[in-house]
Design a protein around this ligand. Structure first.
Ligand code: GAF
Length: 386
């Protein structure tokens, strides 16, 4: 963290003449279990991690925004009065989107200079975009002393993703990013937004992320398609059970009666979500009992469901989960995040990491024709000033 901060300060001073007024660290996230449940008003179990976006910013006297993505050596400028999503490059949208959210609240921002650096791998399913959105809302809330509550910043960052990145995401990523707490996972009820921090004690085990290096960008249209499929399932149930608002309110018996006869695919999508919400509740009990074995088994079940029922995996993710499934040193593994690429999350015995990764790298690269990268990650605090 310190070296990123020093590097950012130096680049900022070289580019804009003085160091930034404020530097924010804003983390990526993992999710232990509870995938695609957030936009169905279910529960999720995410945590903020050691990989993060770093955002240095200083106000200007005019209304120009001068942005730089230091890792890409790319610049971008626009006047605040001309704010709109950018079509040909992605990264400015994760800063412009949050700025637009302040404007929507009637809060006019002044111009600013900003530099972005990040060690959250892009397209790896670790929410590199939420990290930047949250860094931006958090920074302006501080810099202009706006005093919005953290939960408001979470919602603004989520809306930025909807409006400037075109992904109708749930609230999990931005919530985990801003609300993360060191060594704890967050059990979040995505309906009421009530949450609870559960200690995540791994004793002898580590969280290993295996990156397929399949960029999950293709997934954004499929992500929105899954959202619509879930809405369709709810609509069919609602015709018969008017109280139902979301899949959280639907039972498998209701699917049997009102969805299965109409469309088998929509039934499978909905059934996965209902089972996943229940699985998460049980997984939290495992965690509270310290039964990591039982938790791990549920992670494998989640993967099976995401792959066979929800249809958001890919051959590379399936390969990596299958490769560790019968290994006694691995308690659980599954694809993580939106899907169609990105990382698997694995709970692995610390002393087995070296042998697992070295063997797997060779096999994966030869069979999938892609490099396999990996990160041993830790759970850290959410977005903060550094
Ligand atoms: C992506 C989304 F941004 C989240 O809101 C969540 O739905 C996740 O996919 C799947 O659980 O990360």
């Amino acid at each position: 963290m310190d070296s990123m901060k020093e590097k950012l300060k130096k680049i900022f001073a070289e580019k804009f003449g003085s160091p930034p007024q404020l530097i924010i660290r804003s983390p990526g996230r993992i999710n232990i279990i509870g995938e695609h449940t957030d936009y169905n008003n279910g529960f999720v179990l995410p945590a903020a991690i050691d990989k993060a976006a770093y955002f240095g910013v200083s106000l200007r006297d005019d209304n120009e925004m001068h942005l730089m993505a230091a890792d890409l050596s790319e610049d971008f400028s626009i006047r605040i009065s001309e704010l709109k999503p950018v079509a040909n490059i992605n990264w400015p949208n994760y800063i412009l989107g949050p700025v637009a959210q302040f404007q929507k609240k009637g809060i006019t921002l002044k111009g600013f200079n900003a530099i972005l650096m990040s060690d959250v791998p892009i397209g790896a399913g670790l929410s590199s975009s939420a990290a930047v959105e949250c860094a931006t809302t958090f920074a302006f809330n501080e810099l202009l002393d706006i005093r919005l509550e953290n939960i408001e910043l979470v919602k603004m960052s989520q809306m930025a993703e909807h409006e400037y990145a075109g992904v109708k995401c749930g609230i999990m990523d931005q919530f985990a990013c801003i609300m993360g707490k060191k060594d704890h996972v967050i059990k979040l009820d995505c309906h009421s937004l009530e949450y609870q921090y559960l200690p995540f004690k791994l004793e002898g085990y580590k969280i290993l992320l295996l990156n397929t290096n399949v960029k999950h960008s293709l997934g954004s249209s499929q992500y929105n398609a899954r959202l619509e499929e879930c809405e369709q399932a709810v609509e069919w149930v609602k015709e018969n059970v008017p109280d139902v608002q979301c899949l959280r309110d639907v039972s498998e018996t209701m699917l049997d009666k009102y969805v299965f006869p109409k469309n088998k695919l929509i039934d499978k999508r909905g059934r996965f979500i209902i089972q996943e919400i229940q699985r998460l509740q049980k997984a939290c009990e495992d965690l509270q009992k310290g039964d990591l074995n039982a938790l791990g088994k549920k992670m494998y079940l989640t993967h099976e469901g995401l792959s066979n029922m929800y249809g958001v995996s890919c051959k590379e993710l399936d390969y990596l989960v299958a490769a560790v499934k019968n290994n006694n040193a691995v308690l659980g593994a599954r694809m993580m995040g939106g899907g169609f690429g990105g990382c698997t999350i694995n709970l692995v015995k610390e002393d087995a990491i070296e042998s697992i990764t070295s063997g797997l790298q060779i096999r994966y690269e030869s069979e999938m024709k892609l490099p396999l990268t990996y990160y041993v990650t830790t759970i850290e605090n959410g977005t903060e000033i550094i």
